[in-house]
Every structure is written in structure tokens, then in C-alpha cells.
Design a protein around this ligand. Structure first.
Ligand code: HEM
Length: 571
């Protein structure tokens, strides 16, 4: 009997192992290929299990999307780890996504680096549906021309400080090199500090080791630069790319393990969050004090975003419910996140490109000198009307526009479907709910399966690719040439171009809310900088500059320029 039992067990064991391996294998295949299934008809290169196309991204950087568009056409599949993206690289299809079919594609997909961070999630960028439209309607007035015109003196003050810092840095160096991208990031952050928080960070003026504000911003920069889209991100983010359900448990675990990247990011984000909450609470207290002491004047004078949002909250019960203190903090912090690195990158790339093109520089200098003597500060109206080369017509800025085409700071714009969508001849599903089967009573496995449901239920990730559009020779002949004249409204090339061929600020109701703010800042900066200096590319910098792809593009080793003071009389 015993012998028969042993033989039975021996025969049964390999059989059970084979069945278990098959079940695990099938589960693995289903898990990794389920999101792919709904979009399998969309063309794309074969994807590696688990990693998808991340190795391609590592090898080619953001250029990979141009290469894939050449091979697969204007709509193709790219697997960010396990998650397939349907990438749209055609102006008309971008108009479909951003405008015509907006009702079916109103939200952004939540990339792995952002998942689990309320400071990042509760701002305008990642809120959804009615919450988003109510929030956007509330804050949109702060970006209207009349409000922005009132910010010019504050912006100009920061710009003049930055120009002094540039002159001092150039004088301190034997070869006159200045780390221009570093100063422009500090400048953009100072401006956002004033405009969003009503706080003078004074970064341009402080040394590298400088005070509490500098520490706050160092933490912000660390938090932002850890928002990577590839496997060099902290472990939990990398896991989020290849196996989303493991991200949350991994993050919970790793944030407790000292010195891991997750631990550092969690500590930084907690400190950042506490600091932003502190600023918001202090402003609320200040307003209460002013009201009790009858000093409504200071309250009324404040032009920053935070005060305006607190005002709006006070005026309406409905808004108090909509904009919880968490949302107010997130919205305010979002300005720093959305408005500093993007604007700084745009200013740095414009000045870098002009420095390498003497014919563009000559036209620009002539225009700036024609405006008035050194130190003249343009009004909002001057910025619109008196700088045709920098600003050919309202909101069309040839030099800046061409710089933004040449280096597109957001090469991809993330959206997600909430209805089934027909696009470019493909049917893209409303949601990807293949993994809703949750066998009851499996303990910890149950939690795992429930998480799968959440992750798979997000809809098709449909991303626009302005970075590919910007390099398309059909819209921009000789796309590798820096030629601002291609945006001259009078030229044939501009007249023929599709209105959505150049969309660095996105398109449709969800386009960048800070576009006018950013352009005002960049134009004002360029006018002042070219009144005082001209720039040459440093031979101590690589050419072309190396790019790094995080949540937005940045220059990996910065932009180094030789600065030459122009003096009072301009040649
Ligand atoms: C050169 C600078 C900037 C560039 C290139 C840029 C680019 C973008 C892009 C591509 C989007 C996504 C648009 C879409 O989905 O269609 C966006 C959204 C957004 N941007 Fe900007 N941005 C810049 C500056 C700013 C500034 C200065 C602020 C704030 C003061 C800002 C705040 C936002 C916000 C809040 C959103 C989300 C809008 C929404 O979901 O309703 N951006 N930006």
C-alpha cells in the first residue's frame, strides 16, 4: 500500500508541477499581453515581454518616436514597459484627439512616476472630468492678458537680477563661460515663486549653498528629476512600468529602506508637501489677520496665484468643496512643476540657437535696439506689437516658436480614452478590462487581482507626439535647420502648414493653461538680455547638446555660453 502511495505521489508531483507551470505561464502571458490585445491592430515593432520598447527608448532617446513614425506611419504602438501607448504623429489626427473627439478623450493617463503622489496628482494636470473642468474654469481668469500684464514689473525685476548674475558669473570666469541653463532655471523658478506663491525665492541672487528657499527648490528639482520615464527611475517607478500592480506595494516597502532612491524621493516629497502646505496655511492666516486688523489693502494688492485661489474659495461655498486644501496646495505647487523647467528650457534653447546663427542674432539685436535705449521695459502691448521678429503677430513668435520646434520640451502629450474612439482607421477601446476575474477567497492574491482591475481599467493611452510633428519635413522643409522665417505669417511655408503641425503647448480645451505666461516671460527675458549682452556657444560644451528625457526634456550637461557685454552704445 505504502509503495503504491509513494509511486502515486511520484507520478502526481511532476504532473502537478507541469500544471502549475502552465497556469503560471498562461497567467503571465495573459497579464503581459492583455493591455496589448485591445490595440493589437495598430502597427508597431515587436515588443519584448515585460520591457516592451524601453530598450529602444534607452538606445535612441526621444528620437525613437521619429524613427518609428517613419517606419510605421502616423499612428503606431509603443510599449512603455507593459503599457502600450497609441502614438499619434499627424497634425490632423492630433486635432481629432485634442479638439474634435475631446469628449471621448478628456483626461490624461497617469504615468508610473506620478502614481501615488497626491502633491502631483491633485493639480489640474491629472484631475479628471468634472473636477478638472470646474478647476480649470476657476483659475483660467488668472492667465488672461490683463492679469498677466500686471505681472510684468515682477518678472522684469527677476530678469534684471538674472542679468546681473550672468554679468557677475562671466566676469568671475577666465574664459567668460556661464552655465546659462542653470541661471535660466533659477530665473524661471524665481518668477514662478512670485507669481504662484507670492514668495521671493531669490535663487538667482543666492549662492549654491544658499538659504531655505534654495533648499526648497533643490528638493523640488530632485523630486522633478526623479520623474523619469525609463528604467533608470527609482525601483518602484521602474516596476510601475513593467508590472503596475507591484508598484504600490514596492513603494510602500522601499520607502522604509534607507538610502534607496524610493526612500530619498519619498522623504523629499514629504518635505516639499509640508513646505507647500506651510506656505498655504501661512497665507490663509495672513489674510485672516489682515481682515481682522482691517488691512484689506495688502490682501487686495497681492497678485499671486495662491491668493487668487484663496479669494475664489472664500467667495463660493461650492468652490470650497471643490478646492480642498490638498487641491489648493497641489495647484500652487503644480506651477513650479509645470512652469519652471519648461520655460527655462525654452529660454536656454532660444539663446543657444541664436548664439549659433549670426544672421538671426543680427536681426534680433536690430529689433531690440529699435525698441528704445538700453533699460527700456516693454509693456504687454509693446511685447505684442513692437517685436515682429521675436513676436511676428499676437501669439506667433518666430524666433521663440522656431526654438520650440527645434527643441520641443514636451515631445509627448499624454491622454487617455474614456469612450471607444475611431481614429486613423482603428477602433481604440474605452477601457482595458481584461483582468476583472477575481476568484473569491484567495487572501493576498485577491488584493493583487483587485489592483489589476484598477490598472487595466484606465482606457487606451493615446499620446500625441508634437516632437515628431516638429521634425516632419512635409510641414517643416529642412527640419534640421534653425530658420525662424519659416513662421513668418507672410511666407508660403507657414500658409500651407496645418494649424496643428506645431503644438508645443498642446491643443484643444486641455492645452497648456500657462502658455501666455510662459511666452511673456521668455520674450521679456530675451528683450532685456539682448539689450545688455550677446552670446557665443562655448567650445567647452558638446555639440549638439545632449538631451535627457524625463517628464519633459532637459539638457543633460546644461548650456554653456560665452557672454559679451554690449555696453551703452551698440554697434
Ligand atoms: C514653455 C513653457 C511651457 C510649455 C512648452 C508647456 C507645455 C505644456 C503642454 C504640452 C501641456 C499639455 C497640453 C495638452 O494636453 O494638450 C501643458 C499643460 C499644462 N501646463 Fe504648460 N507648458 C509651459 C509652461 C507652463 C507654465 C508657465 C505654467 C503655469 C504657470 C503651465 C501650466 C500648465 C498646466 C496647469 C497644464 C495642465 C492644463 C490642463 O490639464 O488643463 N505650463 N503644458
Amino acid at each position: 500500500m505504502e509503495l503504491a502511495g509513494a509511486i502515486g505521489a511520484e507520478a502526481w508531483l511532476p504532473c502537478a508541477t507541469t500544471v502549475a507551470s502552465c497556469v503560471i505561464g498562461v497567467f503571465f502571458l495573459l497579464y503581459f499581453y492583455a493591455p496589448h490585445w485591445g490595440v493589437r491592430a495598430v502597427p508597431g515593432p515587436p515588443a519584448l515581454p515585460v520591457l516592451g520598447h524601453l530598450p529602444l527608448l534607452a538606445r535612441h532617446g526621444p528620437d525613437v518616436f521619429c524613427l518609428l513614425a517613419k517606419k510605421y506611419g502616423s499612428i503606431f504602438r509603443f510599449h512603455l514597459g507593459r503599457q502600450p501607448l497609441v502614438i499619434v504623429a499627424d497634425p490632423e489626427l492630433c486635432r481629432e484627439v485634442g479638439i474634435k473627439q475631446f469628449k471621448s478623450i478628456p483626461n490624461r493617463s497617469l504615468p508610473a512616476p506620478i502614481a501615488g503622489s497626491p502633491l502631483h496628482q491633485k493639480g489640474l494636470f491629472f484631475t479628471r472630468d468634472e473636477q478638472w473642468s470646474a478647476m480649470r474654469n476657476t483659475i483660467i481668469s488668472l492667465y488672461q492678458p490683463s492679469h498677466l500684464a500686471g505681472l510684468i514689473p515682477t518678472m522684469q525685476l527677476c530678469i534684471e537680477r538674472a542679468a546681473n548674475a550672468i554679468a557677475a558669473a562671466a566676469a568671475a570666469q577666465d574664459h567668460g563661460d556661464v552655465d546659462f541653463s542653470d541661471i535660466s532655471l533659477k530665473l524661471a523658478t524665481d518668477i514662478i515663486g512670485q507669481a504662484a506663491f507670492g514668495v521671493d525665492f531669490g535663487l538667482v541672487a543666492v549662492t549654491a549653498s544658499g538659504g531655505e528657499a534654495a533648499e526648497f527648490v533643490r528638493e523640488h528639482v530632485h523630486s522633478t528629476t526623479s520623474l523619469k520615464m525609463d528604467l533608470s527611475a527609482p525601483l518602484s517607478v521602474a516596476l510601475g512600468l513593467v508590472a503596475p500592480p507591484l508598484q504600490r506595494p514596492a513603494r510602500r516597502l522601499l520607502r522604509r529602506v534607507p538610502w534607496t532612491a524610493d526612500w530619498k524621493v519619498a522623504r523629499t516629497n514629504e518635505r516639499l508637501r509640508a513646505r507647500v502646505d506651510e506656505i498655504v496655511a501661512a497665507r490663509a492666516r495672513e489674510r485672516d489677520r489682515d481682515r481682522c486688523g482691517g488691512d484689506g489693502g495688502r490682501e487686495g494688492k497681492r497678485k499671486d496665484f495662491l491668493s487668487a485661489v484663496l479669494d475664489a474659495r472664500e467667495r463660493s461655498e461650492a468652490l470650497r468643496e471643490l478646492l480642498t486644501p490638498d487641491h489648493v496646495s497641489a495647484l500652487t505647487y503644480e506651477h513650479l512643476l509645470a512652469g519652471s523647467a519648461t520655460t527655462a528650457f525654452t529660454l536656454s534653447s532660444a539663446v543657444y540657437l541664436v548664439a549659433g546663427h549670426p544672421e538671426v542674432e543680427a536681426k534680433l539685436l536690430a529689433e531690440v535696439d529699435g525698441f528704445g535705449p538700453r533699460g527700456s521695459v516693454p509693456t504687454a502691448e509693446d511685447l505684442q506689437l513692437r517685436f515682429p521678429y521675436l513676436d511676428q503677430a499676437s501669439r506667433a513668435t518666430p524666433v521663440i516658436k522656431e526654438a520650440m520646434r527645434f527643441y520641443t520640451v514636451s515631445p509627448l502629450i499624454a491622454r487617455v480614452t474614456s469612450q471607444q474612439v475611431e481614429l486613423g482607421g482603428y477602433t481604440l477601446p474605452k477601457v482595458q478590462t481584461y483582468f476583472c476575474i477575481s476568484p473569491p477567497g484567495v487572501g493576498i492574491g485577491m488584493a493583487f487581482v483587485l489592483q489589476l482591475t484598477v490598472h487595466c481599467g484606465q482606457g487606451t493611452w493615446l499620446w500625441m507626439a508634437p516632437g515628431v510633428l516638429a521634425r516632419d519635413a512635409a510641414s517643416f522643409p529642412d527640419p534640421g535647420a534653425f530658420r525662424p522665417e519659416r513662421f513668418d505669417p507672410a511666407c508660403e511655408e507657414q500658409r500651407r502648414r496645418h494649424p496643428c503641425a506645431h503644438i508645443p503647448f498642446g491643443v484643444g480645451p486641455r492645452a497648456c493653461v500657462g502658455q501666455r505666461f510662459a511666452l511673456q516671460e521668455v520674450k521679456l527675458s530675451m528683450v532685456h538680455l539682448y539689450q545688455r549682452f550677446f552670446f557665443r556657444r562655448s567650445p567647452r560644451m558638446e555639440s549638439p547638446p545632449e538631451l535627457q528625457f524625463g517628464i519633459v526634456l532637459s539638457f543633460k550637461k546644461g548650456i554653456k555660453l560665452i557672454v559679451i557685454e554690449r555696453g551703452d552704445t551698440v554697434a
